[in-house]
Write a protein that binds this ligand. Structure first.
Ligand code: SF4
Length: 347
């Protein structure tokens, strides 16, 4: 079940029953401040709610300050190995840190990071991946199993707990969907930390969305998970668009247009595929809580029409515009988009 305890990254609550938040990560070079800020703004405009940036060296800490000045969503610094960079990011006003305490050296360094984060109310995400498990854990399990991922995440958490630091979020991502799902389910049964869900190295846009929807979707439908990132080898704005669709699909977000279209068949007499794509694209920025149906023929059009606030059913080179089960009028194929959009505007 969703975590009962929560942390706060800036003004975004993670866990404790808060809305499942959408994250993404910049893929611009860390030292390209201007390009990174531009991408961060695009992500924020697309609906990203928490933004993460890699901070590979001390010079890159400047990026944290630049992002804080230019976007209104919480900024997470992704740090590997160097605890001093973590301390500098805290001083630069970062809202959350992703670091694995087992990778930064002795207890004094872990304590320094834990103390700095506690004093500034900054949570830490421990992010375990199947490719970076501790040797001892790998030896025990033979390969990166769900148990291995979960053990590793809880091991890193125990290093922070030693210093009474518990503002922790856990992630345990595998590139295998089933291992990812099993690892998170196990973690949910073994601890109550908020969980950041994701399938790692999920692939390019098409396969990555399918893997993420299967893995993250399965967990969210079980009530597991507090924040998500869909990882794609693509423009990160696509990650945010996909995450929003996934949250809508599992019923965790409402608002915006629910778009319905048929798969087409031998009865279709208009170019429905182009039409559906064009209409869906034009509706992506419409915030009305409505259902729009784009159907290839009048056979199923009336059935969908009862559910849809507005829709079109294709005829022979024409379209029947309907509203709540009632056919309004017929338009030539070339005028379908304009007619439908003008009816949507009236709602
Ligand atoms: Fe075929 Fe009509 Fe059903 Fe579309 S709505 S799949 S065109 S029968």
């Amino acid at each position: 079940m969703a975590s009962k305890i929560f942390v706060k990254a800036g003004n975004v609550q993670i866990g404790g029953g808060a809305q499942v938040s959408i994250q993404s990560m910049l893929n611009t070079p860390a030292h390209d401040i201007e390009g990174s800020v531009r991408q961060a703004k695009a992500l924020e405009a697309a609906g990203c709610e928490i933004i993460r940036a890699a901070v590979p060296d001390k010079d890159a800490v400047k990026l944290v300050s630049a992002l804080k000045e230019n976007v209104n969503i919480p900024v997470v610094a992704d740090i590997h190995f160097d605890y001093k960079i973590a301390l500098e990011c805290v001083s630069a006003g970062v809202d959350k840190i992703r670091i694995n305490p087992g990778n930064i050296g002795d207890d004094s360094r872990v304590k320094a990071v834990a103390d700095a984060c506690r004093n500034n109310n900054i949570p830490i995400r421990i992010g375990v991946n199947s490719g970076s498990l501790e040797k001892s854990i790998l030896q025990k399990y033979g390969h990166p199993t769900a148990e291995a991922l979960c053990d590793s995440a809880l091991y890193h958490a125990s290093l922070l707990e030693k210093f009474d630091f518990t503002d922790i979020v856990l992630s345990m991502k595998s590139s295998t969907v089933k291992t990812t799902v099993d690892a998170y389910r196990l973690a949910r049964s073994r601890c109550d930390y908020p969980l950041h869900l994701g399938v790692t190295e999920a692939g390019t846009e098409y396969s990555g969305i399918i893997k993420s929807a299967a893995g993250i979707g399965a967990l969210l439908l079980d009530g597991v998970g507090d924040t998500i990132r869909i990882s794609l080898t693509a423009d990160p704005v696509r990650e945010v668009v996909a995450a929003k669709e996934l949250l809508k699909a599992v019923g965790l977000r409402t608002g915006g247009v629910k778009f319905v279209s048929c798969p087409t068949c031998g009865r279709t007499k208009i170019d429905l595929i182009s039409l559906a794509n064009e209409i869906q694209e034009k509706l992506s920025n419409v915030n009305k809580d409505i259902t729009v149906a784009v159907m290839g023929c009048a056979v199923n059009g009336p059935g969908e029409a009862k559910e849809a606030d507005l829709g079109v059913a294709g005829g022979d080179g024409c379209g029947l515009i309907f509203r709540k089960g009632e056919i309004l009028y017929k338009v030539p194929e070339s005028e379908i988009v304009t007619a439908l959009l003008s009816e949507i505007e009236k709602l």
